[in-house]
Ligand binder design. Structure first.
Ligand code: E4P
Length: 217
């Protein structure tokens, strides 16, 4: 399964990308609004850091505006993916942009029914938001399972990009379900590394080694 960083922060992206385990980046207007500087230049810089797809989202809600902004985002770099919301205009724009070989990520997806529309519109990625569903006592990962099943049934090429991940178990469950990608905030990726037995075990190995060296000296 591919792992994307869900962030617009250049420093966080640089730090994680250096580990060699990151396959791409997703941003949204909220994430980019937190960063200083010009958003187009920031997206360009992210593309230079990460050797993989980088999603940038349109803010227009009308069809013509989405197409105009989609073209603008796609011009930033070959790695750019145009993110559109799952609305009627978003699905229409997805169909048009995908027809021009511009890759589209359909975002703000909260049901398998919506994910079916994204696949039919030729989306490269569909982004079901699991954490936001969990927040309202709905089963976010249950929706992902349905989407993976439906896409497998019909051989849709759209990749399932699990978004709004809040904790490592979202990632583990997504991988078990056969989702293609998880996009996670840096803190959630950091949490993947942690296990108390790893820390305890390493501390003991190092102490034992130090003791044995002191005896030999
Ligand atoms: C995905 O592309 C979105 O940017 C993101 O995962 C939303 O996550 P949130 O619900 O934590 O804001």
């Amino acid at each position: 399964m591919k792992l994307f960083i869900d962030s617009g922060n250049i420093k966080d992206i640089e730090t994680l990308a250096a580990l060699g385990i990151i396959d791409g980046v997703t941003t949204n207007p909220t994430l980019l609004s937190k960063e200083p500087g010009d958003y187009r230049q920031n997206l360009k810089r992210i593309c230079e850091i990460v050797n993989g797809p980088v999603s940038g989202e349109v803010v227009a809600t009308d069809y013509a505006g989405m197409i105009r902004e989609g073209h603008d985002i796609a011009k930033i770099d070959d790695r750019m993916i145009v993110k559109v919301p799952l609305t009627r205009n978003g699905i229409h724009a997805c169909k048009t942009l995908s027809g021009e070989t511009i890759r589209v990520n359909v975002t703000l997806v909260f049901s398998a029914a919506q994910a079916l529309l994204a696949a039919k519109a030729g989306a490269t990625y569909v982004s079901p938001f699991v954490g936001r569903l969990d927040d309202i006592a709905s089963n976010g990962m249950g929706g992902v399972k349905e989407i993976v099943e439906i896409y497998d049934n019909y051989g849709y090429k759209t990749e399932v990009l699990v978004a709004s991940c809040r904790h490592p178990m979202h990632i583990v469950e997504a991988a078990r379900m056969g989702a293609d990608i998880c996009t996670c905030p840096p803190a959630v990726i950091d949490a993947l590394f942690n296990h108390p037995l790893t820390s305890i075990g390493l501390e003991k190995f190092l102490k034992d080694w130090e003791k044995s060296q002191a005896v030999k000296a």
